[in-house]
Design a protein around this ligand. Sequence first.
Ligand SMILES: *Cc1c(COP(=O)(O)O)cnc(C)c1O
Length: 325
Amino acid sequence: MQIPSPVDRVNHPVFEEAGITCFMKREDQIHPIISGNKWRKLKYNVAHLKRVKKRGFITFGGAFSNHLAASAFAAKKEGLQMVAVVRGDEQRANATLNFVQSCGAEVKRVSRQEYAKKEDDDFLAMLRRQYPNLEIIPEGGANVYGVRGCTEILHEVTQPFDVVACPMGSATTFAGLVLSGKHDVEFMGFPAIKGGNYLSGVVDNFVAQARTKPWLPASFIAPQWQLQTDYHFGGFGKISPQLVAFMNTFWAETNIPLDPIYTAKMMYGLIDLAKRRKFKSGTRLLVLHTGGLQGIKGMNVRLRKKNLELVYEEAISAAFTYPHF
Ligand SMILES: *Cc1c(COP(=O)(O)O)cnc(C)c1O
């Protein structure tokens, strides 16, 4: 477990031409499995369920979910029981779910229709009756405990920065960054989904919730923030040959492996914005590598069917040799 996570300089020709200094907070290096923002989001969730004396937790995710992998590993490490409610019955086995099970988590597969009810009161009440000793953690650790963990990320950075960029799924991580008390910095979120504008309401909601919590200083001033909603590549989990080529080139140029769902789309967007001179010359950019590299192996299985491949699977695979216990 590597906390604080390192900060690396990103030397990229486009940034250099545009007069941008770029640093990357390598949350992917916190741990090969409990990587990136998933560790941050679990921290206060685990503390909470211990405080209320629950034996473990139920949580939710897709078949390749970084959150399920991280949660299962954390549960094993903390001696907690875990039930993973997994969407979709089409995906029988893959590296991520095998790992979740190898950590001792119970995998409960539900249909897409049933999964869609994961936030309904009836469905949650049924789960609570079935598992009275377990707490429920929402998909992606998307609650105010998750947000709190992410407020700590920027406090570890000693380099100066003007703009912070972060990919967005549930907006929990982004909300945590916005709430970290850096009011003179601009925050830029990159939704990994199509139609990501609604996430600004989610951020507002998290900020409002945080204002009721004792951990947020009363002096908190909300910073400037904006969403870049045009870099979803067709929708969540959609991967084009162009994106794969970008990732392989980025690896060749910087030696930094990106994940295809989140960080690659953000980096593509940032480089595109820099090419279009959307940043002032002299801007000091800080980008968050939120992790997700555990999914590369499974993703390559899918990509090879289309004659595509992320070339750095081998280079990063040593870190993912299970088990890690
Ligand atoms: C889960 C995840 C995200 C999304 O984080 P949110 O807090 O849900 O917005 C971003 N990047 C990676 C690699 C992830 O696994």
